[in-house]
Design a protein around this ligand. Sequence first.
Ligand code: MEV
Length: 310
Amino acid sequence: MPKVSAPGSVFLFGEHAVVYGYPAVVASINRGITVRAETNQRKVLQINSDLGTLRADVQHLPKGGRLSYVVEAVKQVFEHLGERRGVNLEITSQLPPASGLGTSSAVCAATVGAVAEAMEKRLTEEEVVELAFRSELAVQKLASRAGVSAAVLGGFLLLEGKKRRRMKSGQLPAVVGWSGLPSATARMVQLVRKEKEKRPQLFDTLFRFMGEVTTQGARCLERGELERVGILMDLNHSLLSALHIVPPRIEKMVRVAREAGALGAKMTGAGGGGCMLALVRERERVVRALQKAGAQAFPVRLGGEGLRFS
Ligand code: MEV
């Protein structure tokens, strides 16, 4: 049974702004999603996962629901290969659902890779990025290629519109704090879009500024100037706070991480709940401080490998 794993991801800079073509820096983390796939003769899609189960006729796949990203990813592969086969999927996750750690991107990328593999077709990285992106877009209506690119390619990536560049940086230690508040990316992206439509000039100014912070942050990251990267992450966080998408619990966790010696800390992902990210020199102290403040926190490594077939 082919097995494909994809890592989750975090934004060092530029979430939301990236949806409108501004730059962002995204990194893979050393936790992710694994999808096992095999074809069946019954012409059904059978999904068993930590998120729930589903059984549906492959000619009448449902829209919506908790497994919508998975179903859309399967549909994209069927369309791409011009064929529908019965498929059994088993999905396991090391990421909290709706946590803003690129869970949907990882699940789309791993599902696309695994279903194609079960149908005896090894897709190129570019094909997986594109099909996973289309799956996210089908669910969210608005999305960037940031999460799916990190899930497929791994490492640190600088994205701007359709352009993407793999950045020169070794893996870095960081800490993720999970607020315990699930947040649906689709809802948050639409919320920001509506606000942006109400105040276009204000949002353009904010996103341009965020783009400048991202560009500087990317430069510092490649030069290994991590203290500056941290300061710019703090600045990026303030701009996200100005969008009113950072809940008090995340604000507190960001403060706690900085006080415990993090180089920089910010929310990561769509906001409204989800996770924060702290760039650190030494992970234990920040993890302990966050846990003492009542948060769930765990150490991560940024910039590891992307999609893995086995
Ligand atoms: C969500 O993880 C990040 C957003 O920028 C949406 C996207 O890039 O698709 C909010």
